[in-house]
Design a protein around this ligand. Structure first.
Ligand code: GLV
Ligand code: MG
Length: 373
């Protein structure tokens, strides 16, 4: 699976199929993470780092950010939660000294929208102080206890810096008293079909209603790739954008689970081209494409699939071919379904065609069009 993920994908819409946890206390893991195919890496200062190692981990993380080489990955740091004694130093030192190398702060154990507001304000202060672009650094909020889930809508609305909500199953299981130690797997004895369905859907709805990505948490049994695949495919089917990975061996399974199929990707790009042509050239808002009617809602759906396909590095195999140019009036009356897709020969990407250069109306980014913000 390719990794040509960042080109032409706006910042707010970066792919998060796999989000790799890298303990900030381990220089070896920090060095190794650069070459891995995860869409996002987050350098961890929280639960993967022992209290006595927090200060050294901060220094390692600052050095890792400053030296760069992250190859288009989304680069994040997970700080300690807002109620701890470490949190303000984590943010001040990491962002103050290496903020330019950082895209996102992951804030764990968010149980109150005030935690997000605190981080938003602190980031703004540091950005002003260091001459950084105010508001550039995003926030991913982890929802990992009963209080956080109960207030997830308020949390999702707490800052324009928010990019994603992330489910934290380990802490969540502890918080609600779920009787299992197998994080991410179904608890033995539960008679329902999926013990995580409620928090996953609740978080997803809150995320989407505020234009955010939704990311599932880790699957701790590193060697159980079938179990991981099942959990990832299920979260992807529900609508999640990605999932955490704790080990390099989990990355490919998760990337695959959250990538669209080649057919879906081809269809999505085709819809975008066709919709662009019909709305901008023929000024029609609902048209037939093959057997299917497409409209603005289809375009938004297609944007989501197309962005993930581009992130996965899938080739384009089809290009939209507008109806024959027999005059505008004629074209406008063309019977439904006349537009065609031009197929690329097997193994070859389709050539550029009319309407394929830019799917977004002027001034509208891919993310805005998709309702992400
Ligand atoms: C992740 O932080 C989790 O608690 O699962
Ligand atoms: Mg946690």
């Amino acid at each position: 699976m390719g990794t040509g993920r960042t080109q032409a994908v706006p910042e707010e819409y970066r792919s998060r199929r796999s989000c790799l946890a890298v303990p900030g206390s381990s220089q070896r893991f920090l060095d190794k993470a650069r070459g891995l195919a995860a869409d996002e890496v987050f350098l961890d200062l929280e639960d993967a780092v022992a209290p006595a190692a927090k200060s050294q981990a901060r220094r390692n993380v600052v050095a890792a950010l400053a030296s760069g080489g992250w190859d288009g990955k989304l680069v994040a740091v997970r700080v300690n939660d807002a109620t701890t004694r470490w949190a303000y130093r984590d943010v001040a030192e990491v962002v103050g000294q290496a903020g330019r190398g950082l895209d996102v702060i992951v804030l764990p154990k968010v149980s109150d929208p005030g935690h997000v507001v605190w981080l938003d304000l602190l980031l703004g202060q540091i950005e002003q102080d260091t001459g950084g672009e105010v508001g550039r650094i995003g926030i991913e909020a982890q929802i990992e206890d009963a209080r956080g889930l109960a207030r997830v809508d308020e949390i999702a609305a707490a800052s324009s810096r928010l990019r994603a909500l992330v489910f934290g199953p380990a802490d969540f299981m502890a918080s609600i008293g779920m009787r299992s130690l197998q994080v991410g797997a179904q608890p033995a004895g539960y008679l329902g079909s999926d013990a995580f369905h409620y928090p996953l859907l609740r978080i997803l709805v809150a995320a989407r209603s505020h234009g955010l990505a939704a990311v599932d948490g880790p699957y701790l049994a590193i060697g159980d790739l079938d179990g991981l695949r099942q959990a990832a495919v299920s979260a992807a089917a529900l609508g999640y954008d990605g999932k955490w990975v704790l080990h390099p061996g989990q990355i490919d399974v998760v990337n695959q689970a959250f990538s669209p199929s080649q057919d879906d990707y081809d269809r999505a790009e085709l819809i975008l081209d066709a919709y662009h042509y019909y709305t901008s050239v023929e000024h029609r808002g609902a048209v037939m494409l093959g057997e299917e009617m497409i409209d603005e809602a289809s375009r938004k759906l297609a944007l989501v699939v197309a962005a993930r396909g581009r992130a996965a590095g899938l080739p384009r195999r089809q290009r939209f071919e507008p109806p024959a140019p027999t005059g505008q009036a004629r074209a406008r009356q063309a019977p439904p379904g006349q537009a065609r897709a031009r197929q690329a020969p097997p193994g070859q990407a389709a050539p550029s065609g009319p309407g394929s250069a830019d799917h977004s109306p002027p001034g509208e980014s891919l993310s805005q069009a998709a309702g992400q913000g």
